[in-house]
Ligand binder design. Structure first.
Ligand code: COA
Length: 184
């Protein structure tokens, strides 16, 4: 397994991991479209230099960490170009997409960067997640980014344990989600 910078050739593999990291995807087309528009496409299309993948022996991406290094720049483009990819009549997913950035907004001064990380089920719990976090933190420090944060569903025990193990500090716990941050 190799941890390396994201390349354009990884796009479809990364989108596949995004939809299948919790097992074979059985979401509706609308839901898939929402997930990709909200949690994946902005990062690989607008900030590929801040994305890294874990690749298998055939150099196929089976995991990734994708990051927006500055919240203000992110939200300007996200609102214009990605939120609007969700059809106007799909009000439920538009609502979820607008909610998805609230915690990042709240903590943007201390933690301007935020990220998403996903690994295919058969490659989980092998240390790849920690390696991806490590390479991203090093990269952001080199760019003098002052802090990085993420939000995770409170039901995602795996994710919550993972961020604690990686040294993130709990910023906030609400009924549905938790925010974690790290000063760099
Ligand atoms: C969460 C995720 C990124 C962790 O990556 P990973 O490569 O599996 O994690 P690592 O092997 O580096 O494990 C590091 C630590 O995370 C925690 N962890 C990982 N998988 C876990 C599991 N199934 N149950 C409980 N804790 C777990 C442990 O503390 C582990 O340390 P340990 O093995 O010494 O106990 C990965 O499991 C994943 O992609 N899950 C599905 C998608 C997801 O939840 N993404 C995050 C959404 S916010």
């Amino acid at each position: 397994m190799a941890i390396r910078p994201y390349e354009n050739k990884d796009k479809e593999a990364v989108r596949y991991v995004c939809l299948n990291c919790d097992g074979p995807c059985d979401m509706s087309e609308n839901a898939q479209h929402f997930i990709l528009s909200t949690y994946c496409d902005y990062f690989i299309e607008q900030e590929p230099q801040n994305c890294f993948v874990a690749a298998d022996e055939n150099d196929k991406a089976v995991g990734y960490i994708i990051c927006a290094e500055n919240y203000d720049s992110f939200i300007e483009v996200f609102r214009k170009e990605y939120f609007t990819r969700i059809p106007e009549e799909d009000t439920v997913h538009r609502f979820y997409a607008s909610q998805s950035t609230l915690l990042q907004e709240k903590y943007k001064d201390e933690y301007p960067a935020h990220f998403h990380i996903d690994i295919m089920p058969e490659y989980q719990r092998m240390g790849l997640g920690q390696k991806l976090i490590h390479i991203l933190l090093k990269h952001l420090k080199e760019k003098n980014v002052r802090g990085v944060m993420l939000s995770v569903s409170t039901e995602n025990e795996k994710g919550v344990n993972f961020y604690k193990k990686c040294g993130f500090t709990l910023l906030e716990h609400t009924s549905g989600s938790e925010a974690y941050g790290m000063t760099l």
